[in-house]
Design a protein around this ligand. Structure first.
Ligand code: GAR
Length: 192
C-alpha cells in the first residue's frame, strides 16, 4: 500500500487557500495536511487551523533563518511536501536544499510578469489593473532562493473586463486558486 504523503502549509495571512487545501485533503488517499506554519501571530489563518484541528506553529524570523526549529519540526512531522499559500517571507536556502523540488508556491498572476519582492496579494492585482491588462491568472511554481522565479508547474488564466477593479480581479483569481491549487498539489504529491 502507498504511504499517504504529509503536507506542511506555510501561510502569513487570511488563509482562505490554506483552509481550502486542508479540506480537500481531509479524506484523500494521496496526502494529508499535517501542520500549518505561520509567521504572523494574529493572522486569521491561525484561527482557521484551530477550527480545522490542524496543529499550528507560530514562528519568528530567528526560528526561520537562524535556528533549526522549523527544519526540526518538518523532519519530526515527516513532511514530504511544503506548500506555500499566501506566505510572504523568502524561504531560506537551508530549507530549499533539504526540500529540493518539494516546495511549491502559488502566485496570483501569470509569472514571469508581476512577480518579485513586494508583489503579493492586492499589490499584484492593483499593478495588473493599472497596466490595463486583458487577462491575469494564477501560477503554481517550485520555490527557489529568489522570489517567484522557480520552474512553473501550472498556470490558469482569467479574463479582465473594463469594469474590473483590483477587488473583483482578486475574486476571480481566488476562484481559480480554490479550483486548481489542491489538484496541482495532489499531482505533485503523486510524483514524489
Ligand atoms: C493568494 O491570492 C495567494 O496567491 C497570494 O496571497 C493570497 C493569499 O490569500 N500569494 C502571494 O501573493 C505570494 N506572492 P489567502 O491567505 O486567503 O489564501
Amino acid at each position: 500500500m502507498l504511504k499517504i504523503k504529509n503536507i506542511a502549509i506555510f501561510a502569513s495571512g487570511a488563509g482562505s487557500n490554506a483552509e481550502n487545501i486542508i479540506k480537500y485533503f481531509e479524506n484523500n488517499e494521496n496526502g494529508k495536511v499535517k501542520t500549518l506554519l505561520c509567521n504572523v501571530q494574529n493572522a486569521y489563518v491561525v484561527t482557521r487551523a484551530d477550527n480545522l484541528d490542524i496543529p499550528c506553529i507560530i514562528f519568528s524570523r530567528d526560528d526561520f533563518y537562524i535556528s533549526n526549529r522549523i527544519i526540526d519540526r518538518l523532519l519530526h512531522d515527516e513532511i514530504d511536501l511544503i506548500v506555500l499559500a499566501g506566505f510572504l517571507w523568502l524561504v531560506p536556502e537551508k530549507i530549499i536544499r533539504l526540500y529540493n523540488n518539494r516546495i511549491i508556491n502559488i502566485h496570483p498572476a501569470l509569472l514571469p510578469d508581476y512577480g518579485g519582492k513586494g508583489m503579493y496579494g492586492d499589490n499584484v492585482h492593483k499593478a495588473v489593473i493599472a497596466d490595463c491588462k486583458k487577462e491575469s491568472g494564477i501560477t503554481v511554481h517550485y520555490v527557489n532562493e529568489t522570489y517567484d522565479e522557480g520552474d512553473i508547474i501550472f498556470q490558469a488564466k482569467c479574463e479582465i473586463t473594463a469594469s474590473d477593479t483590483a477587488e473583483t480581479l482578486a475574486q476571480k483569481v481566488h476562484a481559480l486558486e480554490y479550483e486548481h491549487y489542491p489538484k496541482v498539489i495532489e499531482s505533485v504529491l503523486m510524483h514524489l
